[in-house]
Write a protein that binds this ligand. Structure first.
Ligand code: MRU
Length: 349
């Protein structure tokens, strides 16, 4: 079963992104013709979600290469463009991962004719995108093993096709379970302040016709305490080497409640979201976003303009609160440090 929409697509010398700032009221594509457009699209969250950001940035590097290929200082300018793209959002490691992969590809063909450099970079960006979809389908199959028949699942933020190059991570697992015939029900947190759950996950659940309900974030604790949730499945933006997971703000609180009431708590991430060289979650840079996101809901002002605001986009869930981290290579379970180390060495779990 495939989606009726394409989150990101490169054609006719431009990158087309579904504009996620305006869904679900408006379905429109945002066009990136330069790497500066790509940098803006990531920073302003036209596109968001860790794997989607990575694939988008890969095309950003390609667009920069097209722009600078004929210049004497091609490699210096391309490096500068990579640095600019890397800074567009700080928490999801997929961004740095994809840019570094594109840069390494460039270094391999740097001395070749321009046409070959460009076609190699384009092919690498296409492969990053295609690989992400394949990976998500694989994680869906693996993750489906932990979803009981008839399960009621709680999820947070948006981890579907919109957050990736296609299919999704946590929402990919949910879709796999649903299409495999499991009689599931999904509660989606609305996910203040940008409402990725309400605007994007609810839209994807509706498109996929999965039985579901939208809840205010604060209703999750009551549902979990009352035994209404069988498991929580959500995504991740950066996993540290000890299994701590940075994900959308609110994830940490959910993990604490799940631990208190013995509800399984899974994070679904591709290996490109694991920062193998980062010792623990305290070292993950957490993005703080504009106070306007909290003071306004859409165009409506809901707090005094001069109020101080703390608006971190993500929080870190300690590995002790996580039942398992679902990847394309299998489910990482405690002891996380040892098992992540094994994955780093290419060993099987
Ligand atoms: O700020 P966002 O919308 O980019 O945050 C997205 C999330 O936190 C997702 O849970 C995460 O990227 C995993 S998506 C496959």
């Amino acid at each position: 079963m495939d989606e009726s929409f394409v989150t990101l697509e490169f054609r006719e010398n431009a990158l087309y992104l579904i504009d996620q700032r305006v869904l679900p009221a408006t379905y429109t594509y945002y066009t990136c013709k330069t790497y500066e457009d790509v940098e803006f699209a990531i920073r302003d969250m036209v596109v968001r979600g860790a794997p989607a950001i990575g694939a988008t940035a890969a095309y950003g590097v390609y667009l920069a290469a097209v722009q600078y290929a004929k210049q004497e200082d091609f490699s210096t300018e391309l490096k500068k463009a990579c640095d600019l793209l890397s800074k567009s959002r700080p928490t999801a490691v997929n961004l740095a991962w994809a840019i570094s992969r594109m840069w390494k590809t460039f270094l391999k063909v740097e001395k070749e004719p321009t046409d070959m450099i460009l076609s190699t970079l384009k092919a690498e960006a296409d492969e990053i995108r295609a690989e992400d979809i394949r990976t998500n389908k694989q994680m869906g199959k693996i993750g489906n093993q932990v979803v009981p028949q008839g399960a009621t699942i709680l999820t947070h933020c948006n981890t579907g096709a919109l957050a990736t190059a296609g299919w999704g991570t946590a929402l990919g697992v949910i879709k796999e379970a649903f299409y495999a015939g499991k009689d599931i029900f999904v509660y989606a947190d609305e996910t203040r302040p940008r409402f990725q759950g309400a605007r994007l996950t609810a839209w994807e659940l509706t498109e996929a016709k999965i039985p579901s309900a939208l809840i205010p974030d604060s209703a999750a604790a009551t549902l979990i305490r009352d035994g209404k949730i069988d498991l929580v499945i959500l995504g991740g933006d950066r996993v540290a080497a000890n299994g701590d997971v940075a994900n959308k703000l609110g994830t940490f609180a959910l993990s604490v409640i799940c631990k208190e009431y013995g509800v399984p708590f899974y994070s679904v991430v591709p290996l490109s979201t694991i920062d193998f060289d980062l010792a623990d979650g305290s070292l993950i840079p957490i993005e703080e976003r504009d106070k306007k996101e909290v003071i306004f809901v859409g165009d409506t002002q809901v707090a005094p303009l001069d109020m101080q605001v703390f608006n971190p986009a993500f929080d870190v869930t300690p590995h002790q609160n996580i039942t398992g981290i679902i990847t394309e290579k299998g489910i990482i379970r405690p002891p996380y440090k040892e098992n992540i180390e094994r994955l780093k060495k290419g060993e099987t779990l």
